[in-house]
Structures are given as structure tokens and as C-alpha cells.
Write a protein that binds this ligand. Sequence first.
Ligand code: GTP
Length: 367
Amino acid sequence: MQALILVGGEATRLRPLTCNTPKSMVTVLNTPFLEHVIRYLSGHNIKNIVLAQGHLSKPMEDYFGDGSRFGIKLTYVLESQPMGTAGAVKNAEQYLEPTFMVLNGDIFTDLDLTAMLDFHKARQAQSTIALAPVEDPTAYGLIETSSGGRITRFLEKPSWNQVTTNMINAGTYILSKDILKRVPAGTPFSFERQLFPQLLEAGEPLYAFPSNSYWIDIGTPEKYLKLHRDMMRGEVKGYQVVQGKVVKIGQSCNINPETQIVGPVVIGNNCVINRGVKLFGPLVLGNGTVLGEDSVVDSSIIWANTQLGMKVTLNECLIANDCLLENNTTAEKTVIGDHVTISRNSKLGPGSRIWPPTLTPAAPGKR
Ligand code: GTP
């Protein structure tokens, strides 16, 4: 079986983390998100993978190459302009097998793809759409079905009074290549808003595969952080860890033995943790993180090569690569892009977004 992963979106909601890094390459537990997805696909014996790329394609190619390091075959297809979800698949048509899967590249799930394929074959479906339950369906596409699983209605981003089910389009499809005949070439086109409703209207065999699987899209800072929390608390299959324990410490770290650590915490390679530091999980420190004396880091994700000065306090922050947060900085619910310097004594309140490259003016006080 072959899978096409949509990885060409601009990821505006996850900025400034995604100013230089495509959404599929943001790290999750210090590993690019797409690597987690590729390992999941490989686990279902899906090893022929097409990446439909647009915005920021090079970091993926540099990391994955032809895929052989991961035991898969990778084909890259680049769009000259954003083609939308169905348009991106049409653009890759020449590389696709008669039946293939499509996955949104920002979704993490443990959906049973093997069972979904069996379901698709048993019904001789032309298209099968995976469904996942969510608490608040109003931000997603709702799908109503008959008792046999045939799709009867699509409802994009319904208001609460239109909500009839909590099962949403999970962004995972099994498709017959024939349906691409209905997608115009060279123009943006959407599965959710155009192709699927048109297929339904035409009476084509369109099925929905319900599941109770874990499902999250990492499209916003809150949900990116939530995926980490869920994984580190053992709520995601394959990522079982014990609450309260340090999960993992990388190689060549220099950690002061008196550091107070309340897990789960993941620490990358070559990290330096100085005297008096307190760490409260769920927390991830990327490779080469340096924490100055008496810093306190709580429930945050820090990517590679970021340095905190003395007495820096972080709570629920996301910090990209190569940043410097000088002494006495405090930040809460803040997202910081690459190569940012935050001057001493800064106070960053909830919702702050600091774009790269930013050098904040020095605040008064001692360094
Ligand atoms: P936002 O700007 O934050 O909405 O993010 P996004 O651009 O990623 O859009 P969205 O979350 O709706 O995209 C869902 C998935 O489809 C992501 O994996 C995107 O990378 C992918 N995607 C969205 N639009 C395109 C497109 O035009 N081309 C390709 N190849 N992929 C796309």
C-alpha cells in the first residue's frame, strides 16, 4: 500500500515556530513529527510514501533523503503554488497506485490503518474517510453516516445547533485513483469542501470508517503542547511512560546532581543544567540546551541550542532553535521563533509571540 502525506501547508497558526520549519518537521520528543508518522505507517507495512510539498520543502529532503535510512521509499512532489488538499494529490497523480492512502501531515493518530484497509476492500468503496471522536466538533468537518457506514452528509465547521455527531473527518483517506478524474489539474481544489461533497451528490460509494483511536492535529501551539503531554503521560499507544519519572536523558549532558526534576522530562544530548535549576514536566529540552543557575522551567518545549541565563522562569512556553533568554526573564504561555534574543529582566505574558530574528531592547536592571 502507498500513502501520500500532505505537507505543503503554510502552518500560519503555529507561527512563529514554523517560520523556518515546516509543520511536519517540528520536533515531538526531540524527533521530527513526520518521523513519528513515517514509523506509524511502516508499522502498518506502508513503505511507499509520497510527500506532497509546497512551502518550506528543503528541511524534509535534507532529513529524510530517499527514505532508505527509515526503511521506506520516499517520492517528493513539489507544488509551484498551494493547490489545496485534493489539488495537491492531483498534482502527484503520475506517482500514485490505483488505490492509495492520503494523510494530512499534521495529524497524530494510532488509528488502525490495516483494519481501515480491510473495511475499504470489504465494501468495495471508492473512497473511505476515517472518523475520529472529538470533544468540540465545531472546528472540524462533521460526517454523518447510515448504519452500514455509507456517508450521508458532510458539514464543514458546524455551529453547535447543527452538531449531530462528535465524529469528525480525521484527515485520513483511502482512495481509488479514478476519483482524481473529477479534480481539475493546475488549480486549487479541496477534498473537504469540493471533491467529497461532489462525489456524494453523484451517488458514488463513499464510506466512513469510525474509530475510537487517539487523534490530534498539531496545528496550534496548544495542541502541539497537548500531544507532548499526552505522550509523556502515557495516553498514546507506543509512548508509554510513567508519570513522575524522568523519561530520558541524552548523551554527554552535564547536569548538576542537585537539580530538582519532577518528571516526565526528556532531555536531549549535550545539555548543560547548572546549580539550582528546577524542572517540572511534561517538559522537553532539545539538544544543546543550556540552563543558567536557579532557572525554573515548567511544562515547556525547548528546541535545540537555546540558552537560558540565570533565574529565568518559563511556564508553558514553546521555544524554537538557537535562542538566548537573558537573566531574570520570565515568560508564560509564550511562543518564540528561531534565533531570538530576549533581554534581561523581560516579562512575557500569556499569548506573547516573538518572531525571528528579534532582539528585544535591554530592560533595566543588572545582567
Ligand atoms: P494553517 O495555516 O495553520 O491553517 O495550517 P496549514 O497551512 O497546514 O493548513 P491545514 O492545517 O488546513 O492543513 C492540513 C494539512 O494539509 C497539513 O498537513 C498541510 O501541510 C496540508 N496542506 C494544506 N494545504 C496544502 C496545499 O495547498 N498543498 C499541500 N501539498 N499540502 C497542504
